[in-house]
Each structure stands twice: as structure tokens, then as C-alpha cells.
Design a binder for this molecule. Sequence first.
Ligand code: PEP
Ligand code: MG
Length: 575
Amino acid sequence: MSFTIHGIGVSGGIAIGRAHLVSHTKLEVAHYEVPPEQVADEVVRFDLAVATVRGELNHLRSAVPAGAPAEFAAFIDLHLMILDDSTLSGIPRDIIETEHCNAEWALKMQTDELLQQFDAIEDNYLRERRADVIQVAQRVMKALSGQPGYLPPPAGDSEENLVLVAHDLSPADVVLFKQHQFASFVTDLGGSTSHTAIVARSLNIPCIVALHQARQLVRENEMVIVDGTQGVLIVDPDPQILAEYQLRQREFGLERQKLKRLRDTPARTLDGAQIELHANIELPGDVALAVESGATGIGLFRTEFLFLNRPDLPDEDEQFEAYRKVLEEMRGKPVTIRTYDLGADKQIDDSARASPNPALGLRAIRLCLTEPKRFITQLRAMLRASNYGKLQILIPMLMNAAEVDQSLQLVEQAKRSLDDEGITYDREIPIGGMVEIPAAALALGLLTKRLDFLSVGTNDLIQYLLAIDRTDDTVAHLYDPLHPAVLTVLSHIFETAGKAQMPVAVCGEMAGDVDLTRLLLALGLRRFSMHSAHLLDVKQRVLKTDLADAHPLARKMLRTTDPVKLRSLLGKLNA
Ligand code: PEP
Ligand code: MG
């Protein structure tokens, strides 16, 4: 039966394909149905994996050296207890039997359930045992991977025809998609500026978030249409609808093709203002698309993605190679590399998720300053890479003068350590700060007096100005870049930076929203940084903009507080 689900379209275009249901924390946990005659074997496979892990833990327990701290043995005992508890080793058997699913999926479902229960626990000690449950479950998962079980029949569809349907996906999960060619993905949770959505845009495939019920309602292998522009998922479409969307899909493709002609055209308004259009990237491999879209620089390299999906941290040499690759491929064009913004929804250490309010917690520069050694490793890698192009360093989430000063001191320390080793670097390397916290935006002198350039992170700035968790789909409808407070603060930033003769860019999602291009230009912005997929659309709008026409309307918008009037003025501005 055909039905439609509405969500928030975060990456435009149309995809038509077969649904593939995925679990939200680890993509490699496949979900497939096990035929009735194989169910008993699947239960045995699960029991064997549990027995293997029990053997491993017992072996570890017996090998504890006599002088080892008592906590070590206690830790193994705790893991044995968790393993033998029926919630972990019993309930997945029931799930396999009742749902006829593979053992990995049953374990995943039950682990997710347990973790949710842990999150609700008040007691800190017990809540911290969450990480132990994850570790034990991962051991069992690993043991399962070594035991061949029933494999689903090949679907007959290649990756390009698959639409991934998930309850939730972390940014770390989504960045793994860069190695794949899925047609699209959709999630129940998430907001339009969540990092999951941001990475989705960089994949250049249609994507919808905040569908609420899709993971429950859609069945494996069902035909679906994803309209990423309208935020609509059509399940099991009837032939007429399917034909209509196939036509729209071809038209969308033709339009994208036509836009490519603008690649080498300088971005200049009708009245001659020169505009910089830079690209945002997550991984060095994204540069190719940036070059293809005619980006005149990299305005934001979110380096934290180098730190995700791995058990260890990238060392200085590995980071250096990644930065050097980007600089070399950009051939002398400016490259702004942001120091890692880990924390909040991008964690490398699972225990840190226990933070009561991660978006307001130890994140970005706050985390870097508590781990100076790790931070200096990154700064040294960046400084070394500065020999290979035009690099600028960008620091996220600055809030007060002490953070700026400490960051600059650490840059100096990194420089001195390179001097001591006789390693060269760009001595005049510009250091900039992101304007993402309202306090920094309002007291902008904190940054303009100490730094060389600014980049406005509107995703966080709006999150903190409007008190909306950008990852929370239940408040996603309140996210509003046209809120009068947002416009007032942006105008203040551009004006104050202008007076201080400080270069300022916007690198949040607003910069890539073609409906806001003219408004930002009229408010004074001249440097935009966005995902490559949006760059030519934005360029087209720049080329058709007359600033003299846009200014009065933008000024009127700054004086307006009525949301309906604001939208109507924006309509006029874009007409
Ligand atoms: C922002 O906050 O607007 C930004 C560009 O940084 P991120 O989206 O990575 O938090
Ligand atoms: Mg940010």
C-alpha cells in the first residue's frame, strides 16, 4: 500500500530505490530475515559467540599477573557478569526466534534498549556502566563476525539503488557513506543543521531527516521515492507517481548539468562586487568536488572527521599528510583548516556521551584546552603543512578572551617546538576564530582585537541564540535563520568586523542556502563557504544580484519583527 511520510529535506534532488534498513550506531550491523528452518541454527550461532567471549574473558581473568591492580580483575569480573546476565545473553535469542532476524541485529536491538535504560538512570556510577555494556556487546558482535551464519540472498540491487532508512545516524556513521554510492538516506531523528545533515549535503545525494516513523513503517526492500527538496518520502508508489518522479529526476539532473557552465565564471554581482565562494569539506577526498564546483578556496575543513571511526587518534604525520594533500590540490588557493571540533554529537570516547548537556559542555576549543598535548600535535601538523600552500587556522567555539589568549599561546608553543627542530612553516600564518556563541558575537572586540579573521558558524550561533538543540527533531521546526535576533546579530557582526577591517566569512549552512544569498550580500557579507553541491546555485544568484536594489529591502527586514512580513520581504528580495 502506498503512503507518504513528511520530514525535513536536507539535501535536494530525487532518489528512487529500494529501502535498506540500517541500525543507528554501526552501519556494519546488517539486518536480514532468517528463513524459519534456519532460525534454530541462528540461535546456536549467537550462543556460540557468547561462549567464545566467555572463554576469552575467563582466559584474561586467569592471566592477570599477581601484582596487577585489584581493579583489573574486578573489571573482567564485571564484564563476565554483564555477559552472563540474561538481558544480554538471553533476550537476543528470543528476538531471533520471534522476529526471525539475524543474530547481530537481535544483539544490536537489545543493546540499544539496554543503553536507553542506562541513560535514564540517575545514579552516576550505574550510568557509567553503560560503556561496559557497549564493550561486552562489541566483543560478542566481533565473535559473531568470525562465525559464518545464514547469509541473505543477494538483493539483486546495487548500492546505487539503495535508500538507507535509519532511526538515527551519527555524523561518524554518515561520513562512512563517502566510501559508498547509496542513492539516498533518510532518518527519523535529526534537524536541518545537525552534523548528520551537514555531512549528508556533502555526499550530494538526496536526504531527509526528522521523518519520526520511517524506520518503523518502511519494510526492507520496499520501493521508495525520496524527494530531498520537498522533504517527502513516498513508500511503495503507484505507477503514475513513479513515472512523474522519474521525469522530475531527469529534469533535476539536466539543471545540475547546465549549472556546471558557471564553474569558471567569477562570482560578481551585477554592480560589480567581487564575492568569494569557498567550499566546506570533511575529509581530504572532498577537495575534488570543491575544485569541480569552482570553489576559490576551502573556507572550512572540519578536521574532527579525521578522528572519527577509528580506535586510535591520527598522529602528527598522518594529520600533516591530510592537510598537505588539501593544500596541494587547492594549488595556492586559500585553505582554512579548523582545529578539531570534537564533543557534542562528534565523540571519540563513548564515555563522554554521559555529559548531561553535550552541546553546552566540553566541546571544540574547550576540549582542546583541556588536552593541550593533543591540540599541539594538531597545530604542529597544520604549521608544517603551511609550507605547501596558503593555510589559515580557524578555532571553533571561542567565547572569552582567556580562551583566545590560551589558544594563541599554544600556537606559539607549537611554533617554538618546530623552531627547535629546525622545521620551517609560514611564520605569518593567519589565525581566525569562529563566531558561534552569542556572547562572542555581541562582544566581538574579544576576537577582532586578537585574531586575523572571523568565520561565522551560523549553525551553532542560531542553536545558541534560539536555544534549539540542532540535533533534536522535536524542536527542528523552531530553527529559524530569519528570526529577527539572528538578522540583528549577523548585521552587527558584519558591521563591527567591517569597522575593524577584519575579514569575515559565513561557513554555516546559511551560506549555502540560495534563498538567503541576496539577504546576506545585502547585509554586507562578501565571503561565503558552503558544501560544494550548493556552490553553483549560490553563484548563479550572486550573478543576478544588484546590491543597490537589495539594500533597502534588507534594511527593511532588519526593522521587521513580524515573521509573515519577513518572509514576504524575503520573497521580494529574491524576486
Ligand atoms: C557552524 O556552527 O555553523 C559551523 C560551521 O560549524 P559546525 O556546523 O561544524 O558546528
Ligand atoms: Mg559550529
